[in-house]
Design a protein around this ligand. Sequence first.
Ligand code: GLA
Length: 376
Amino acid sequence: MRHFSTLLASGAMALVLATSCATNSGSQEVTLKDAFKDKFLIGVAINNNQAWGRDSLGTAMVKKHFNAVVAENEMKCERLHPKENEFFWDNADRFVQFAEENGMYPVGHCLIWHSQCAPWFFVDEKGGQVDAETLKNRMRDHIYAVVGRYKGRIKGWDVVNEAIVEDGSYRNSKFYQILGEEFIPLAFQFAHEADPDAELYYNDYGMNVAGRRDAVVKMVNDLKSRGLRIDAIGMQGHMGMDYPTYEEFETSLKAFAGTGCKVNISEWDMSALPTLTHSANVSDTVAFRKSLNPYPDSLPSEVSAQWNERMAGVLEVLLRNADSIDRVIAWGVSDGDSWKNGWPVPGRKDYPLLIDRNYELKPFLQDVIASSQESK
Ligand code: GLA
């Protein structure tokens, strides 16, 4: 397995440690937020169990190691705005309060997304599809209500999520079908009107893919040329053991930074399970089902070593591009929380996050901490 000493070979990491050591004299344990100080914020997506303190061990790890947070689900349209004239704020309010109590950078996720959008959004009073003017008004009302409620408190918003597909064309979402490409500039305009000081982001997955990368760069440059505010591009960073390559990930990172925007790694995780390349219902045999969920008890040590080595490699890419990166955010607190346990196959046991089911940092991060402490 790649040890942290290997990472030290990179000048960027040496700098991290120098900074971390300089600011952490005394016997206190170095935390992730210490280790990455002066590089980027290190954040995590939290659920209600952490926001309300019910997952006491997870909550303690969040407070100890992270300085940015995003709500995994509670600010999505279907949760906040389930009916046209009905809002549900309790969990989102608690999330913002949690961030403030703990001095963390709160990210708002997400305003306009084809998925987890409340169904009423696209339906008119006769049950048909809304016209363009109505959808535009609903977008404005939704964005004004949500961004307005947290004005000055949520510091940055994922304004549009997942609008471009791999070949570079626009996703054929309801937003696109009804409003065409204009739904994106409109969303950024409305978000800026609702809170002129908030940072605004475009966020997407599979950003290593050349077609999507080029289209996102073009779309962001178009927003900028219209004078619209966009501060950062979010590379979600949902990864597997065989994708993306470090090279293509870094190529995209640099291409996005080339627009003048910052880059956020907004939803980092790496599945330790085999990537599915065929449909799950091809042959529903016991052997096939077992191959889908190969580590139901624990992750074998050789797979864990490979996973940690690959994560250390990604971290190396992030550190050498740290000048372009504002935040790196893990998509969930500990492995048991991860959406990857339920997708793309329900009921799998995956190991994709920075913290394991025993609330221990994964080895590649323990190496970061240990090396920081050694050089104190
Ligand atoms: C996307 C979304 C996230 C989350 C993940 C997986 O990446 O941006 O909010 O829903 O899918 O669940």
